[in-house]
Design a protein around this ligand. Structure first.
Ligand SMILES: [Zn+2]
Length: 426
């Protein structure tokens, strides 16, 4: 089954300018990009009539999808109080069924916002992977490891074994939650296992200022010493979520080449955790992706929103309108995210690359004036995920014109509501 997209304004995070062109998609790949392409027999032809943009799918590089069931609880409380009093007690009662339907609800939300892949740290991860495969979405899955129990670590290893045949759609990382929730010795074992098994690692690092004092007072370490002694830098790849309190000097002083940072600006702002030094860290590593974190702290699962927030926020913080360009923000939201999750050849509109695509409806007042030369800034600053017309993963539609071909959206909404009531009584 092949799809021919014609008369689209194409733009990705590496193109200096947008381009009106056609793309052919076959067997999940972009097989041709040209000014004009003729339809072949059997092609599904989608004509953008120069009133639609085509961009790579967004990647959510850090979330806890099933937390969609916990949205709105414990609002406007400090992180540790929010976790200890609201989130962790609710999570203690989560079952596999809650997590399956909570993830499904999150997948509806993400697909409609143009997200094609997400990195998820949670528990009952088989249910998360099953939901992702049913929905047709890519997932980088890791079993969150909290405390010193080896069982959760072993579950993470087993998860990789179970899903290894689905490597094109599912990658698996080891998920030690954070330096303050996992004993250092277990963290070292986890990182050593990741290096040995060529697995990635996904963890929360320096989300709040308090974690700096934890490292200093409890572990008697600087962030540099922790990164080095935990062994995480030797993992084949890693997603370090947040890094709000990580400084450019530390990153410059260690071998950070395999690590990606998942920048979660809206969640960090909402929890009052601070703002990551993107401009400083960006000078040391280009591998900065965007995440939403869970819906209970954001409260959206909308990478387009993160992209716009990041592009504006760092200009304001640095008092520099060039601090983060629209094109770089788009690259972070797409290509950098895909690479961080361990997916190859995804996130750019190039021949031979994976067909994870988003179609954007430009036939709206806020796009009057969009053209090849200003396509990325228009999308980042004027656009929003409300403009997503369709989302394609691996050459197949997961969302198109308010319909989800692989998901029974009515049933998912009803079941997720039931799960929420079951869990929280409201
Ligand atoms: Zn998180």
């Amino acid at each position: 089954m092949a799809t021919l997209f014609k008369n689209f304004l194409a733009v990705d995070g590496e193109m200096a300018e947008g381009r009106y062109c056609s793309l052919r998609v076959e067997d999940g790949r972009i097989t041709a990009v040209a000014d004009k392409l003729a339809a072949l027999p059997g092609d599904e032809v989608v004509d953008g009539e120069r009133r639609m943009a085509i961009i790579p799918g967004f990647v959510n590089a850090h979330t806890h999808a099933a937390m969609s069931l916990l949205r709105g609880i414990g609002e406007e409380a400090p992180l540790m109080e929010w976790l200890q009093k609201k989130i962790w007690p609710a999570e203690a009662n989560l079952t596999r069924e809650h997590i399956y339907w909570g993830t499904m609800a999150a997948l509806l939300e993400m697909a409609a916002c143009g997200t094609t892949a997400f990195a998820d740290m949670y528990f009952e991860m088989d249910a998360v992977v099953e939901a992702s495969l049913e929905a047709g979405m890519r997932c980088a899955a890791c079993r969150g490891i909290v405390g010193g129990e080896r069982g959760k670590f072993e579950e993470g290893l087993r998860l990789a074994e179970t899903w290894k045949a689905h490597r094109d759609m599912i990658t698996v990382q080891l998920g030690p939650h954070a330096p303050y929730t996992v004993p250092l010795q277990l963290m070292q074992e986890i990182c050593a296992a990741a290096a040995e098994r060529a697995m990635g690692v996904h963890f929360h690092f320096l989300e709040t200022e308090w974690e700096l004092s934890y490292l200093r007072d409890e572990l008697k370490m600087t962030p540099k010493e922790y990164l080095e002694s935990s062994g995480i830098l030797a993992a084949p790849y890693g997603i370090l979520a947040h890094c709000v309190w990580l400084d450019a000097e530390t990153v410059g002083a260690v071998d950070f080449s395999r690590m990606a940072i998942a920048h979660n600006p809206n969640s960090n702002l909402k929890l009052g955790s601070g703002v990551m030094d993107l401009t400083g860290l960006g000078g040391k590593t280009k591998k900065i992706a965007l995440g939403t974190d869970g819906a209970a702290s954001n409260n959206r699962l909308d990478i387009w929103g993160e992209m716009r927030c990041a592009a504006l926020l760092h200009k304001g913080i640095r008092r520099d309108p060039m601090a983060l360009s629209a094109c770089d923000a788009l690259r972070m939201a797409t290509f950098e995210g895909a690479s961080a999750l361990g997916f190859k050849k995804k996130g750019l509109l190039k021949e031979g690359w994976v067909a994870d695509l988003v179609l954007v409806d430009l036939d709206q007042p806020h796009y009057i004036g969009i053209g090849t030369e200003n396509a990325a800034p228009f999308l980042v600053y004027a656009g929003s995920s409300a403009d997503v017309y369709a989302t394609m993963v691996n050459g197949a539609w997961v969302y198109r014109d308010r319909v989800f071909p692989g998901m029974d959206s009515e049933k998912i909404l009803a079941k997720a509501g039931e799960m929420r009531t079951d869990l929280l009584g409201r």
